[in-house]
Design a protein around this ligand. Structure first.
Ligand code: GDP
Length: 312
């Protein structure tokens, strides 16, 4: 079994690669839910959905969120009647949020609703929220504290980030199957996907017991850098690092995981950083443009994990 920790777009790319180079039912993808929010009366889980749509082959390849072959009648009609349209929800996507919301209000857990939706959409790997309890990322900016989607979507990450907080994390319980997988003697590796450390991976690590379980885990923990040559491929990772007073580099991301990181995959472009990284570094092409790139990087990660296992 392989456990992969993921945010949205960057994480989903590697999760898809992994699902194609190993038996997919042996892959457990644990997603950030700090981006979740209620909007228009609906429970929306952006990272779970990005991963689910990507693994189902339904993701919109152009924008990186939502579904392909989408139609927009709901949004158009909402705009006509003066509704809130800053968070775009396609018609097919809305159906998923409506069904998730109905099931959650019926008392089902987010993990069981996610398992149900994944089964309906034909997703072979197991996809789990980090917790069934609500955790909400908030961003302190020059404009004050903002709810995550206000910062991320409505304000397009423009306000300068000063601090992050994960509301509810301190009283949240990690999803039990996630913690059980980290303690499973059959676990082969934990993969930290190339996701934003501050808003995708650290909310997962903020759930009590997760960090400790990663430190104690008998399988190697191996991360892929979301930063290539000082830049993020997409999204605010590098901008946030600069605003938080950090150098936007692959090595600085690794430092944030230093208490549990065994292996780190960085791009050839960042070769000069190898000496400063306190983990076994593997150089690779880490930009995933094609499906082949996703599979090749997934193979590199699994091979690196196998080497680390043999050394133990
Ligand atoms: P979000 O929740 O949708 O913002 O997605 P994630 O946090 O999972 O991913 C955002 C991060 O993924 C950014 O830091 C990007 O630099 C990184 N990323 C996206 N595509 C790639 C890629 O092809 N290779 C690597 N190494 N990182 C990527």
């Amino acid at each position: 079994m392989i456990v992969a920790l993921s945010g949205g777009v960057g994480g989903a790319k590697l999760a898809l690669g992994l699902s194609r180079v190993m038996p997919p039912e042996q892959l457990l993808v644990v997603c950030n839910t700090g981006d979740d929010f209620e909007h228009l009366g609906l429970c929306i889980s952006p990272d779970l959905d990005t991963v689910m749509y990507t693994l189902a082959g339904l993701a919109n390849p152009e924008v990186g969120w939502g579904r392909r072959d989408e139609t927009w009648s709901f949004m158009e009609t909402l705009a006509e009647i003066g509704g809130e349209t800053w968070f775009r929800l396609g018609d097919r996507d809305v159906a998923v949020h409506v069904e998730r919301t109905r099931r959650l209000r019926d008392g089902q857990s987010l993990s069981s609703v996610t398992a149900y939706l994944c089964a309906k959409l034909g997703v072979a790997p197991r996809v789990l929220p980090m917790s069934d309890d609500p955790v909400r990322t908030r961003v302190r900016t020059d404009a004050g504290w903002l709810d995550f989607q206000d910062y991320f979507v409505r304000l397009r990450c423009e306000p300068v980030t000063r601090e992050l907080a994960f509301h509810g994390a301190e009283s949240a319980h990690p999803q039990p199957a996630f913690i059980a997988a980290l303690g499973d003697p059959g676990l082969q590796a934990v993969v930290i996907c190339p996701s934003n450390p501050f808003i995708s991976i650290e909310p997962i690590l903020a759930v009590p017991g997760v960090r400790e379980a990663l430190v104690a885990c008998s399988a190697p923990v191996i991360a892929v850098s979301p930063i290539i040559a000082g830049r993020a491929i997409k999204g605010p990772t590098a901008k946030m690092m600069t605003e938080l007073g950090m150098d936007p580099s692959a090595g600085v991301v690794a430092d944030r995981y230093s208490d549990f990181l065994d292996g780190y995959v960085i791009d050839h472009a960042d070769m000069a950083e190898v000496v400063s990284i306190d983990a076994k570094v593997t150089l690779a092409q880490t930009l995933m443009t094609t499906l082949e790139d996703r599979e090749a990087l997934a193979r590199t990660v699994l091979d690196a994990a196998a080497v680390l296992r043999r050394r133990r």
